[in-house]
Ligand binder design. Structure first.
Ligand SMILES: [Zn+2]
Length: 240
């Protein structure tokens, strides 16, 4: 339920700063920090693939808009930007992963200290699941600086956090961006070796071959309708 306060203030899009409710039916049910126009410019597209036998889901195509927003979040330390990415997915994701524990992609500790926050945690904390920082980067290696062969050896730059256990847990490995998937693959392997009972990967955005972009497109309006129908069903099914 919306609070008294939010019903008297005008909600605005944190990306374009326009009034959201004028354009968005869905925001009558929940306060979203991003308007449908900005959201659609991020190319929401749920893609599910298997990466070395691990179910891997991505929610956006890594396009210029997403790149620019991620830069604002990571490069310009804009922590408010982080909650925007999954704001329209989180209700669904909370239900889907309600029994899962999140392991964020490894980061190099000093980078988080400079930023004052871990951007992956900030992006995914809307799922309201516990985080375990199980894997660390041992040096400040950047994927972008590595060639293909080096990326396949990414495991050399990763280490298990001392005293951390994932034994018997369903682990959802989460990251902001996936390109080759080398890091996610290496981490999933480590998690299984450390006794996780199940591992899946969820990334906010993924680089997708432009030719493949049009294929199998799940339109956003279709998905939104599914979510609204789900909410309606829930409301109807609730005993008084
Ligand atoms: Zn907007």
């Amino acid at each position: 339920m919306q609070s008294e306060q939010s019903s008297t203030t005008t909600p605005f899009c944190k990306v374009c700063f326009k009034d959201i409710r004028r354009y968005d039916f869905a925001s009558l049910f929940e306060d979203y920090p991003i308007c449908p126009t900005c959201f659609n410019s991020m190319e929401p597209k749920t893609v599910v693939t298997m990466l070395d036998g691990i179910k891997t889901t991505s929610l956006f195509v890594y396009n210029e808009k997403v790149k620019q927003m991620l830069y604002q979040c990571k490069g310009c330390f804009d922590i408010e930007m982080a909650e925007i990415f999954l704001s329209r997915h989180k209700a669904f994701l909370r239900r889907k992963y309600r029994n899962w524990t999140l392991v964020p992609a490894p980061s190099y500790g000093s980078k988080d200290q400079v930023r004052g926050f871990n951007h992956v945690v900030e992006i995914f904390k809307g799922l309201e699941r516990p985080f375990i920082h199980a894997i660390m980067k041992t040096d400040n290696v950047k994927q972008a600086d590595l060639n293909f062969a080096e990326r396949q050896q990414i495991g050399k730059h990763l280490s298990w956090s001392g005293g951390v256990s994932v034994a018997g847990l369903n682990i959802l490995f989460v990251d902001d961006l996936m390109t080759t998937g080398a890091t996610a693959k290496a981490c999933a392997k480590m998690l299984l070796e450390h006794g996780a009972s199940r591992v899946e990967i969820l990334v906010m955005a993924r680089t997708i071959d432009p030719k493949k972009r049009k294929e199998n497109e799940i339109s956003f309006s279709q998905k939104l309708r599914q979510i609204v129908d789900g909410i309606k069903k829930k409301i109807r099914g609730k005993p008084n």
